[in-house]
Design a protein around this ligand. Structure first.
Ligand code: SF4
Length: 88
């Protein structure tokens, strides 16, 4: 799967490896893509129980995933980590 073709959590959970263990596969995907004024609380609660949270966050950072909650962090929360990763 090409990273640029990943557009939804559903795309991720159907892929091989850690993505197949994604807990978000068992939940409503829209919770991971809240409206601008919406809450990401529900998605983050799921992420806290997800066994592949670290792998998910690493993937999101490596692939500059810009949208949605990934690895328990929103896009805004991942932004500073991206700056650090890009500087390394
Ligand atoms: S950490 Fe969250 S977004 Fe990532 S796979 Fe797990 S439930 Fe899905």
């Amino acid at each position: 799967m090409n990273a640029s073709s990943v557009s939804t959590i559903a795309d991720l959970v159907h892929a091989d490896g850690w993505m197949g263990q994604a807990l978000c596969a068992e939940t409503a995907p829209e919770a991971f893509f809240p409206e601008k004024s919406g809450s990401s609380r529900q998605a983050k609660r799921v992420c806290r129980s997800c066994e592949v949270r670290a792998e998910c966050l690493a993937y999101a950072l490596e692939n500059h995933e810009r949208f949605g909650v990934r690895g328990g962090l929103s896009e805004r929360e991942r932004r500073p980590l991206l700056l650090i990763a890009d500087a390394a």
